[in-house]
Structures are given as C-alpha cells and as structure tokens.
Design a binder for this molecule. Sequence first.
Ligand code: PBG
Length: 335
Amino acid sequence: MRQVSESLDLVRRPRRNRKADWTRRLVRETRVTVDDLIWPIFLTDGDTPTQPIPTMPGVLRYSIAASVEAAKEAVALGIPLLALFPNTAGDLRDENGSEALNPDNLTCRALRAIRAEVPEIGLMTDVALDPYTSHGHDGLLEHGRILNDESVAILCQQAVIQAEAGSDIIAPSDMMDGRIGAIRAALDGNGYTDVSIMAYSAKYASAYYGPFRDAVGSSSTLSGDKKTYQMDYGNGAEAIIEAELDIAEGADMIMVKPGMPYLDIVHRLKAQFGMPTFAYQVSGEYAMIHAAGDRGMIDVEKAMVESLSAFKRAGADGILTYFAPAMARWLQQHR
Ligand code: PBG
C-alpha cells in the first residue's frame, strides 16, 4: 500500500471546520468588536499637547486640550468609553493625597472639557489616592499601615467630586474593604443615582503595573508594595468573595486586573455571577508585547488581536486596553 493513500477511518475530523478562512470565520465562537474596547488615557498639565511614555511605546500623556482630541478620535473609531488617569505634578502630591479632593484637579478639568465638546463619549474615572499621594499608595498611610475606613471616607468624596465634574462610571481601583457600598451611598446621597460603578473587584498585587506607575509618576515615589490591600496572585476563590461583596454593595460591573495572566479568574467570575465582567490588559502586558515586537520576537499586531480575543473567549464583556485605538483601526480594516 502506498504511504500517501493511507487514511484513517475517522468520522470526526475537526480540521474540516478549519479548511478555509470562510469556514473559520463561520464557526468562530467569540470575537472582539469595537464595542468591547475601553481606552485608558493619561492626562498631564501644561500646554504641550502630548508626551511619550518611554516604557509604553505608542502611549501618550495628553494635555487637557489634547485629551478632547483623543475623545473625538475615540468617537470616530467607535470606542464607547475612555478611562482617565492623571499624572499629578509632584508639588501637588502630599501625605493625604488632598489633590484628589480638589474639584479643579486634572481629572475634573479634563472631564468637564471632554464632556463639553464630546458629549457622546462615555467617561470613566479612577478612584484611588495613588496619583496624589507622596508615598504612592492608594490609601492613607499611618506608621507603615494603610488605613482602611479612613481611606474609604476620602474615596467617597473623590467619587462625588468626579461625578459632579461629569464622570459616567466611577472605577475604584484602591481595593479597600467596603468601598463600593460606601461610594454607592455617597453618590446616591448626592443625587448621582445614575452614575455607575465598575469595581476593580479582583485586583492583584502585580509586577505588571510597572509602566503604568511610570505613566502616572508614582513609581519613583512608591514606598514598599501594595500587598496588604491588593490580592495575592495565588488566590482564586478569594476573587469570588471579593466580587460577591462588590456586587452585594452595588457594583454595576466588575473587573479583573491584570488581564491575561488572570483569565481563569475572568472565566470564574463571569460563570459564577453573570455580571458585566471586564478585564484590564495592564501596562506591563502591553509593554511586553511591544518589547518583544521591537526585538523582532513577535508580531505586535497579531499578538494584539490574539490577546484581546482571548479575553472574549474567557468570558470578558470588554477589555481596558492601551491597544484600544490600534485595535479599533484594525477592526475597521478587517471587516
Ligand atoms: C492604581 C492603579 C494601578 C493601575 C490602575 N490603577 C497601579 C497600581 O495599583 O499600582 C495599573 C494599570 C496598568 O498597569 O495599566 N490605583
């Protein structure tokens, strides 16, 4: 018998569904659309429209005027939501992060400017103190400890100030206990019942946040680590407890962070709660793909599409990603 004509007696041949581009498209179970993308942008004071961030190739810090242009670009691309992160000037940072409560801080001014000119874009803001504290922690620091309840009281005020300035979604990234319920009550008490909360429910103490801390200027100031409030990377069941608490306290949407190393958590939370569930492809994940691409080790565009598709397959409803505009453009070209 000739070797080439030898054929197995198979009824099931999964490869048949992969035989051409059209079959692969036909049977594809999940896909990324522009509606899934949340674009995190960094803000900075001053008139220089944009500043590069060396550890995040292609990512910029925007002046307020430039952030309005970024919002217009997002609308043109069809991106539904921007997430704003301020790089606060060093002289405005103090022990208690008091600039977080300044109704004219960078985030609030950007909210008003974008809201005035680009009313159709969704705007999400970060609630945490790390862009404003001299020690770089997300809460109040006393004798080396991060105070929980005292921090929550400030975060509630921060959330209300952001809502007043026009934030549509408050996204607490601080990981203090009880903050979702307290922030919900503070928003409601001030008449902001329509302002949503996307809880960073399962946020892990992670090495992958390095470039973000460069972007917001907290890497040089951070003292110690965040392990007493962010989760331990060995834990999965604990993520379910955290999410359950946030949902019970009033979270409208939950989030897992970082993203790709924690897809099991995304899957578990979506399966368990069926809530709108998001994942944050964080700065270190983005930087790794670019770093490997720069060295000719990986195709950045393909890795972008594949990594974002993996989030959808895992069950995420959407992804916070620095690739958002690039992915939106890719989607326009591949439709
Ligand atoms: C802090 C915050 C961090 C990120 C978002 N909000 C970093 C940290 O917890 O130190 C990280 C995002 C990223 O790495 O892209 N509140």
